[in-house]
Write a protein that binds this ligand. Sequence first.
Ligand SMILES: O=C(CO)COP(=O)(O)O
Length: 258
Amino acid sequence: MSTRTPLMAGNWKMNLNHLEAIAHVQKLAFALADKDYEAVEVAVLPPFTDLRSVQTLVDGDKLKIKYGAQDISAHDSGAYTGEISGSMLAKLKCTYVAIGHSERRQYHRETDEQVNAKAKAAFKHGLTPILCVGEELDVREAGDHVSHTLAQIEGGLKDLTAEQVETIVIAYEPVWAIGTGKVCGAGDAQEVCAAVRGKIAELYTQDVADKVRIQYGGSVKSGNVAEIMAQPDVDGALVGGASLDADEFVKIVRFRDQ
Ligand SMILES: O=C(CO)COP(=O)(O)O
């Protein structure tokens, strides 16, 4: 039986302005009870422009919900127009930062090398990376989904220490299941998540691998979350669309009741 605390995180993507963010986090705070936080960690990843508002709310009301960003610059400061540094996110008391989301890889051509540099930047500033990996449809159809995902793991974790890796979160998000309503079968998600843990054991130690939390992401909803969370190597969910509906996200957090 795993001792890993599940992490249920909402990736809002480019949705909800700062006023909507306040209303949304207030709804979550109202609906979630202390007992929800006993066995599960809950986090939201709002757009950058919402983070200050979310921080003020969480600090002011001592909320247990955690928050983080959807991206980070690999650089510390300087002439990088449009980028946001790890020290800026740390100053806003972010806990998490998503790195290498497939939408960043696809639309911004982020490579494993850049993803690795961002992971290092996150650790440098005390942030926990949620390293996103996963294959496109053609890769899965060719039967190469495991090797593709493990190559992303190897590239993303390059030169990170065992102490860093044991705290990292991995999000396995098959690209073909994101925003499509096509959920990956629970057994298929388990296959890749187990292979990811095996790879981390090979690169580090079994002990390190046993501590890493591996989330599944891709069309997670209240109706399918229980089956996915029942898999031994799935330690949480990274939820896109369904996290924008507070009632639905609360049901996902309460996956044990579904
Ligand atoms: O990309 C995702 C989370 O990071 C998943 O998005 P959906 O839940 O909308 O499929």
